[in-house]
Write a protein that binds this ligand. Sequence first.
Ligand SMILES: [Zn+2]
Length: 270
Amino acid sequence: MINKKHNRITRFQAVISFLLTIIFCNIAKASNIIYHGTGDYFMPMGVSALIEAYPEMGMTYNNNFIIFKDGTGIIYDDKIDKTYLEMLDNCDVEDMFKTSYDRYVTLPPYLYDPGRYRCEELFHKMYGKGVNEISRSLTTVKIFGKNFNVTRINGVDEKLRKVAEEVEKHSEFKEFFTKNSGGYNYRKVRGSNRLSAHSYGIAIDINSVITNYWERDYKVSEIDSIGYSNSVPYELVKIFEDNGFIWGGRWYHYDTMHFEYRPELLRIKN
Ligand SMILES: [Zn+2]
């Protein structure tokens, strides 16, 4: 008799626990987080994307911290609500995933700049801090005979070599790879305090003379309305995007010469 009662309670508990798990997982799905089933944490989708995109970094996640191979960590979400400008200047990892990168946007809407927000701490952690540390990992990739300096970290150079292989099959693209193009350059973004992606050796600019840059066309602030111009063929863009590079031509603040290795943005949809 006692045993039967005990069995009934156990079965009842099992049913309740099963129902709770379903409810729990649906809440997790709805709020864009992945339940990893180890029972001790939830992993945000942005973190999963980073872990998958940069396996060399050996990142793990624990309680709002991204932990690196050396045991040090950076905070994932600073829990601060930011305006567009604040996000550009003071971006945490979570902010980087607030706007998803769309490979089919040809006329980016107002302030749509996915990838333009970069958490500097994360990029320092991956590629080094300061000219000396970063330049230790640089190497050269040739495209149509023109040298581009990029980092070897995260296989950026190998990815760019794959781009070169494909791009060189199209002689009509040669004009984009001339002396008016380049890769590594330790510098701030024009008119700001933020480091350019070129500082980490993860970005290249193709021919700046025949491409377009919003700041060259409009002498306005970053929250003013602007137009859009582009001369870069989408077949060329596709070759870069297929290899993990995002394109500045998909930004409201268009920078159509700019390609940047950001595979974490090309593999997830928020
Ligand atoms: Zn650039």
